[in-house]
Design a protein around this ligand. Structure first.
Ligand code: HEM
Length: 246
């Protein structure tokens, strides 16, 4: 029996996905307007978030629902450590901190792991399927915009242990569908497990959006500096990378 969770998640988060795509920071990123100082803050937030998510997923690897999508080959913690070394240098641990939205994100992951671990599925879905979907395009954009050489600051986008990302996503979706969850709740009032997972995925999209919005302030400041530099001809011709005051 299929839970149809894969399609419930896709349909149920469609609106949130469109909204996330339209956050200024994300739109700018897609257009190649990426500024290293904002980007590395995002990488730092991701480090704390993925570390928490991967630690909590590991705790529940034998859980009948969570265990179905426990794929250590998705883990991003070590790739984020590599990227942080590139962006901050070897003492990156002393320099990074969580933003307020990042902190709320980590707290939520820890909280559900302790109380309703099946909702971790929503967090895994929202981040990893997104990463597997846009990875190579986003990597290319980051490289061009920030003028990164191969192997510089883009380890996050590389899934070394996944050779065919499309096939892997299909397997992930099959496992979502094979989860032992039932639509029916009996009383008609309490949301089903599937409903709660979709609801949590929407919350995960929401908190990702908050995190991107936090970075918009940095980006706007950087754009201001870029415009100033352009007007005073300090900007290198042809460069898409923004020059910021550190
Ligand atoms: C930069 C803007 C974005 C673009 C252009 C984009 C594009 C896409 C595309 C084309 C797919 C479909 C892949 C497929 O059907 O195999 C996809 C799937 C997905 N994206 Fe995004 N995305 C963006 C931002 C995000 C963000 C910010 C998140 C979450 C934080 C996210 C999470 C997801 C998820 C979970 C899926 C899987 C949907 C499913 O098949 O159930 N995306 N994205």
């Amino acid at each position: 029996m299929s839970s149809n969770l894969a399609s419930k998640l896709r349909v149920g988060t469609k609106k949130a996905h469109t909204m996330a795509e339209n956050v200024g920071f994300v739109k700018c990123f897609l257009k190649g307007v990426v500024e290293k100082n904002s980007y590395r803050k995002l990488v730092a937030n991701f480090y704390f978030i993925y570390s928490a998510m991967e630690e909590e997923m590991e705790k529940h690897r034998n859980h009948p629902i969570v265990g179905k999508i426990y794929f250590p080959q998705l883990n991003r913690k070590h790739t984020l450590e590599q990227d942080l070394t590139y962006y901050y240098g070897y003492n990156w641990r002393e320099q990074i901190k969580l933003s307020p939205a990042g902190e709320a994100y980590v707290n939520r992951i820890r909280e559900i792991s302790a109380t309703e671990p099946e909702l971790l599925v929503a967090h895994s879905y929202t981040r990893y399927l997104g990463d597997l979907s846009g990875g190579q395009i986003l990597k290319g954009i980051a490289q061009t915009a920030m003028k990164l050489g191969e192997g510089e600051g883009t380890a996050f986008y590389e899934f070394a242990d996944i050779t065919d990302e499309k096939a892997f996503k299909a397997e992930y979706r099959q496992n979502l569908d094979a989860m032992p969850i039932d639509d029916a709740t009996g009383d008609g009032e309490t949301p089903s497990v599937a409903d709660r997972i979709v609801e949590e995925a929407n919350a995960a999209f929401g908190i990702n959006m908050k995190m991107f919005q936090e970075l918009e302030g940095n980006l706007i400041k950087a754009i201001g500096i870029m415009v100033y530099n352009a007007l005073t001809r300090k900007r290198t011709k042809g460069s898409t990378e923004l020059v910021t005051a550190e």
